[in-house]
Write a protein that binds this ligand. Structure first.
Ligand code: NAP
Ligand code: GDD
Length: 328
């Protein structure tokens, strides 16, 4: 019989890549989606009919318990969250509810229905914040710099705690930034590649950005969902850093993206102080040697390949939109 996976956040970037990956492994895939007045399934449109969608919400404990009871999954991947860092200053309480307490609601669902269900928690390198050492590994102390980062630290430790308290096979994946053509357009990489495409095609004349000096360890989402699955296939539950080990500045990303379409970024980019954050995470670089050693995980997409992949995908999409074939 096919193994069953339940994914929260199926409509998000990672949810779409993970659903496709698990289908490829022969899983029966179930996705939790929250109710909205308009459908928001673009990222999984190509998987319609192959993923079973269920309405539930991270804010609603009973909906989660009933969903787990109905699906009876072998594995639960908790990817749902309020995931945009700037919004976490505007809505700190809601971010705490979704991104922090939402994790406990998922774990409580497992505890009440079936403690043998394996659980993956989408933890984040944002937890390292004002980094205590470089590169960051599983033992680096956390110093989160946003309400989002604080909520993720809670989510991480409650995952560890349910493992220690109830023996649940619960893993926390501490993933560094990962991107793709499916990345939300407010995140810096996609904001840049969307703008590059629109500027190249004469549809936009400026790109306003915040802190160009921030450095991130950027990988490809398609690679990172494989690490999530690998964590749940081990004999013992554990926590893992997933990263490329390389860091680049926002400025370098911008430079490469414009260069790819033969433009000079300095002609198009303006720095807007309004886009600076109240507290910034200046630099992140991960040490994924444990994931490499134990899980046999390796990233397959380099930084320049990632930039080119995203620019090319946005160019193709904007061209299609302009021909009136697609609107999003
Ligand atoms: P994303 O594209 O923003 O997707 C977030 C998902 O969560 C969406 O499907 C969203 O549904 C869902 N969601 C939000 N609030 C919900 C609620 N109350 N109930 C049910 N679903 C809800 O995020 P992503 O980039 O795929 O990231 C996946 C996870 O990994 C997140 O937890 C994120 O914080 C974490 N993470 C991401 C990165 C990264 O670089 N991408 C790195 C480390 C950790 P709607 O479509 O309805 O909004
Ligand atoms: N979004 C955005 N927009 N960021 C900008 C801009 C801009 O116009 N200009 C500069 N930046 C800088 C931010 O200040 C930050 O230092 C960096 O670009 C990356 O910002 P984001 O792409 O928004 O990602 P993030 O690092 O804050 O958070 C992402 O990665 C985390 C893992 O470290 C999100 O995916 C989180 O959900 C994830 O946990």
């Amino acid at each position: 019989m096919a193994r069953k996976a339940l994914i929260t956040g199926t409509t998000g970037q990672d949810g779409a890549y993970l659903a496709e990956f698990l289908l490829g492994k022969g899983y029966e895939v179930h996705g939790m989606v929250r109710r909205s007045s308009t459908e928001n399934f673009e990222r999984i449109a190509h998987l319609r009919g192959r993923v079973t969608l269920h309405q539930a919400d991270l804010l609603d404990q009973l909906s989660i318990v009933e969903l787990i009871q109905k699906v009876r999954p072998d594995e639960v991947y908790n990817l749902a969250a309020q995931s945009f860092v700037p919004t976490s200053w505007v809505q700190p309480l809601l971010t705490g509810e979704f991104t922090g307490l939402g994790v406990t609601r998922m774990l409580e669902g497992i505890r009440l229905v079936d403690r043998s269900i394996r659980f993956y928690q989408a933890s984040s390198s944002e937890m390292f914040g004002a980094v205590r050492e470089e590169p960051q590994n599983e033992h680096t102390p956390f110093w989160p710099r946003s309400p989002y980062g604080v909520a993720k630290v809670y989510g991480h430790w409650i995952t560890v705690n349910y493992r220690e308290s109830y023996g649940i096979f619960a893993c926390s994946g501490i993933l560094f930034n990962h991107e793709s053509p499916l990345r939300g357009k407010e995140f810096v990489t996609r904001k840049i590649t969307d703008a590059v495409a629109r500027i190249k095609l004469g549809l936009q004349d400026k790109l306003r950005l915040g802190n160009l000096d921030a450095m991130r360890d950027w990988g490809f989402s398609g690679d990172y969902v494989r690490a999530m699955w690998l964590m749940l296939q081990q004999d013992q539950p554990d926590d893992y850093v997933v990263a490329t080990g390389e860091k680049h500045s926002v400025r370098e990303f911008v430079e490469l993206a414009f260069q790819h379409v033969d433009l000079d970024w300095r002609d198009w980019v303006e720095v807007d102080p309004a886009l600076f954050r109240p507290a910034e995470v200046n630099t992140l670089r991960g040490d994924a040697s444990k994931a490499r050693r134990v899980l046999g995980w390796e990233p397959t997409v380099s930084f320049p390949e990632l930039v080119r992949m995203m620019v090319d995908a946005d160019l193709a999409r904007v061209r299609r939109e302009e021909r009136g074939q697609v609107r999003d």
